[in-house]
Design a protein around this ligand. Structure first.
Ligand code: BES
Ligand code: ZN
Ligand code: ZN
Length: 502
């Protein structure tokens, strides 16, 4: 898909369709709708009775004169007071998907699609571009033939900035494309089945993006993982024939090469059967998504490199399957983590925290200025917050606040859970330093408390994305399946990083 930014007048645009918006309850046409109406001597006015402006209502109109384009898609923007950045993403997605369903392959999205918006032109352009690109995402790699009635692949999105055109608008669109590439990389990795997206495949992908984007990459094999004494990762990997990998990616610039880095850690269980504490069969196929944290870190690192962000970022991805093979880890076993702490295994299905413990320990050798981990860690997180909100926990209020500000901007909602000392009682073991499960209550929090024991002294935050990484129902700008959650959030956080902390 190509995205371009132009300042062409709307009547000269040659795209298959031009999109214009109307607010619910809006009396007079404004913005792109007004401009198109003038050029066509009242095309939209004539259909006005059918258009309420209700959010995402669409109405395709055919222009016989006045426009170089044949069609105008009028889209409802909802109530003006309810408009948010995230709504704009959804509106853009809805518009281009509607065009695609009509068999079209190009669309023009004018910035004035949102009439009289107070939102900066560059930001408006970026969110329109994001909504369109992420909304059009499909994953068809395993379809050997098109589905019945399947629409043609969309070819071009044109962001039409008109009088608001400026170098900053064009740059914002290019950056949005880069970030969306990162999101789509993460979505692809998560959508791939477990027999494709193995730890080795993730490592190969890391090497490939390192090469094309200019990142440093090392991949530790099982021998090296043993030498490093990553007892948690090794313990989980024991039950599978697929070899584990520990992936290290590094982005920096000449000026920042010696700075303390921000370390991003992503859980990458490429299939979580539960191990010996095997999961019920129903929906077990969804456990191919248990590497979503790792996928988000790969996507974010790719974007950081392509955006040439002026800071040092390390990505750490412990990757393995969790299977119940003959030499698998067992309930009751005690493993020694890289940090030297002993962990009593109560259930082998609480495996994410075991591999994250080693990654958190490994992170400390960088003397990081912050550590953030992302993991599809607990089913309890879905019970607590559902499928639209991730949980955030950690040891640093300022870091959590920054993440919340970034989330506000990207629409990837997060909500804090507390790590009070009382919860630590739940993970005390009778015979080891800690146990890997904290009993019935507060499952997401006790998982967070477990991680905290390995998080060291740097400011640390943990995002539980168990509910948000995978959509069972389509979302406004994500089809069913992998959402790529976390990529935009991390990139937004890191883009603002320098401004907040010089
Ligand atoms: N990968 C799962 C968590 C999960 C559940 C992710 C649903 C996505 C959707 C994790 O490894 C797990 O199995 N957690 C257990 C922990 C429990 C045994 C303490 C869980 O949540 O049931
Ligand atoms: Zn598990
Ligand atoms: Zn898991």
């Amino acid at each position: 898909m190509k995205v371009r930014t132009v300042n062409t007048a709307l009547d000269k645009l040659k795209e298959d369709v031009i999109v214009a918006g109307i607010f619910e309850g809006q009396k007079k046409l404004a913005g792109a709708a007004a401009e198109i109406d003038r050029a066509t001597s009242g095309l939209i006015s004539a259909a006005r009775a059918d258009i309420t402006g209700r959010l995402n209502q669409t109405c395709m109109l055919y222009a016989s004169k006045g426009l170089a384009s044949k069609r105008v898609l009028v889209i409802g923007l909802g109530r003006e007071k309810d408009l948010t950045l995230d709504r704009i993403r959804g509106i853009a997605a809805r518009a281009v998907k509607c065009a695609r369903e009509a068999g079209l392959t190009s669309a023009a999205l004018p910035l004035q699609l949102i009439p009289g918006s107070s939102c900066e032109p560059a930001l408006r352009a970026a969110v329109l571009c994001e909504g369109a690109l992420l909304g059009l995402y499909t994953f068809r790699q395993y379809k050997t033939a098109p589905d019945n009635g399947e629409a043609a692949e969309f070819k071009q999105i044109t962001i039409c900035a008109g009088r608001e055109h400026s170098p900053s608008v064009a740059a914002a669109v290019r950056d949005a494309e880069t970030v969306c590439d990162g999101v789509c990389l993460a979505r692809d990795l998560v959508n791939h089945p477990g027999n494709t997206a193995t730890p080795t495949y993730l490592a190969d992908t890391a090497r490939r993006i390192a090469k094309t984007c200019g990142l440093a990459c090392s991949v530790f094999d099982e021998q090296k993982i043993k030498r490093l004494a990553m007892g948690g990762l090794l313990a989980v990997a024991k039950g599978s024939h697929e070899p584990a990998r520990f992936i290290v990616l590094e982005h920096t610039t000449p000026k920042t090469a010696h700075n303390a880095p921000v370390v991003l850690i992503g859980k990458a269980i490429t299939f979580d059967s539960g191990g010996i504490s095997i999961k019920p069969a129903a929906n077990m196929e969804e456990m191919k998504t248990d590497m979503s944290g790792g996928a988000a870190v790969l996507g974010a690192l790719q974007a950081c490199a392509q955006l040439k962000l002026p800071l040092r970022v390390i990505g750490l991805i412990p990757a393995t399957e969790n299977l119940p093979g003959g030499s698998a880890l067992k309930p009751g076993d005690i493993v020694t983590s890289m940090a030297g702490k002993t962990i009593e295994i109560i259930t082998t299905d609480a495996e994410g925290r075991l591999i994250l413990a080693d990654a958190l320990q490994y992170a400390q050798r960088y003397k990081p200025q912050a550590v953030i981990d992302l993991a599809t860690l607990t089913g309890a997180c879905i019970i607590a917050l559902g499928n639209d909100v991730s949980a955030v926990m950690g040891t640093s209020e300022p870091l959590i606040e920054r993440l919340r500000a970034a989330a506000e901007q990207t629409g990837e909602k997060i909500w804090p859970l507390p790590l009070y000392a009382e919860y630590d009682e739940q993970i005390k073991s009778d015979i080891a330093d800690v146990k890997n499960v904290g009993g019935k209550g507060a499952g997401s929090i006790t998982a967070g408390c477990f991680l905290k024991k390995f998080a060291g002294t740097a400011p640390w935050a943990h995002l539980d994305i168990a509910g948000t990484a995978w959509a069972q129902q389509p979302k406004p700008y994500a089809p069913k399946g992998a959402t790529g959650v976390g990529v935009r959030l991390l990139v937004e956080l890191l883009r603002k990083w320098q401004q907040l902390k010089p």
